[in-house]
Design a binder for this molecule. Structure first.
Ligand code: AMP
Ligand code: MG
Length: 330
């Protein structure tokens, strides 16, 4: 049975022993919960892939505390990256650099680069500082399932598979960090998140976005997989197809299917008496609620009919990216 523990001297000392012995523990961050292991220990890193059932070509992010000297792990840190780190770290921004090859090769799945993140969550900082090790950590869920934003979510997925979940409450951010490639002349977003393209442009003048079209080179391998998915059937409609979504709901409802609408913003007001999983009003609400709502939905719905919210831009990029992956079939 997995234990859920508050973050204090006692629980941190237990975690330190587990991690130093090659085990894994779950810990909170401001985005989602992570499943962490010592990044220097190949067997421990492989355990993460095993526990999650994660494809072995999907690299992990290394988490460090705010005073950790990352030049021990990576090289060629461009000036723009220093500016971005100064402005946004600790925070929900993962930066990809050329690796010095010092952490286990299993972390980056053979890539020459290493993704590094400095989370701002107070509990995450305590955990990382106490261990004073680079901690490789993907989200603490079974691969392809909805990411966890509370200790209970982690427990639901990993009970019996790990010893300890450190409980730091509900994650405030709610969607994963922005992943930024910092190996070129300008930063390039590989995965959208809470630090947006405009925030990066405002800080350093330019920022590209890598769009994976399903073919050719994948610069962030995680982007090619079905992801974040609830364990029930799903359908996704565009924001201007609300009418179609409502009539599909009515047809399914008549057949006796336990169908729920997943809506955000103004759409919620137009649902009539239908059952609704409500993402909330603002972009921040929707990011914060998305995974919780998808996990609540899979417990009661046979079919979730999601409609892309009308809100666009900024962190909605990340929300819509996760929502469309959660509701696709492959
Ligand atoms: P997760 O921690 O499960 O949210 O997934 C980590 C994300 O970071 C995935 O989308 C990975 O593809 C991406 N990532 C991790 N390391 C690298 C790297 N070295 N280069 C590019 N993307 C990376
Ligand atoms: Mg994940």
């Amino acid at each position: 049975m997995t234990k859920i523990l508050g973050i204090d001297e006692d629980s941190l000392s237990v975690c330190k022993t587990i991690i130093e012995d090659g085990g894994v523990v779950a810990f909170p961050t401001e985005t989602v919960y992570g499943l962490g292991a010592n990044a220097f220990d190949t067997a421990a890193v492989n355990r993460i892939f095993e526990i999650k059932g994660r494809p072995n070509d999907n690299p992990l992010i290394v988490h460090v505390h705010k005073d950790y000297d990352i030049t021990a792990l990576v090289e060629e840190i461009p000036y723009y990256a220093t500016v971005l780190a100064e402005k946004f770290l600790p925070g929900p921004l993962t930066m990809v650099y050329k690796s010095k090859g010092i952490v286990s090769k299993a972390v980056s799945c053979g890539l020459a680069t290493l993704a590094i993140r400095v989370p701002s969550h107070v509990g995450a900082q305590k955990f990382l500082k106490y261990l004073n090790l680079p901690i490789a950590a993907p989200s603490a869920n079974i691969s392809k399932h909805v990411s966890p934003t509370s200790a209970e979510h982690v427990f639901d997925d990993l009970n019996g598979k790990i010893d300890i979940i450190l409980d730091g409450g509900k994650c405030a951010g709610g969607i994963e960090s922005t992943v930024l490639d910092c190996t070129g002349d300008m930063p390039v977003i590989l995965r959208s998140g809470l630090i947006t393209e405009n925030m990066i442009k405002d800080a350093v003048g330019e920022c590209g976005t890598f769009v994976y079209d399903g073919h050719g080179e994948v610069r962030s391998p995680g982007m090619k997989y079905k992801h974040y998915s609830p364990r029930c059937n799903t359908m996704l409609f565009d924001s201007d197809e609300l009418g179609q979504a409502l009539s599909t709901y009515d047809e399914e409802d008549k057949k006796g299917v336990a169908v729920y609408l997943l809506l955000g913003g103004e759409h919620v007001l137009k649902a009539g008496g239908r059952r609704v999983l409500n993402l909330g009003k603002t972009a921040e609400d929707m990011a914060g609620n998305l995974y919780d709502v998808l996990r609540a939905g899979e417990k009661c719905a046979q079919l979730i009919i999601a409609v892309t919210p009308e809100n666009r831009g900024g962190i909605m990029e990340g929300v819509i990216n996760r929502l469309s992956k959660a509701c696709r079939s492959v």
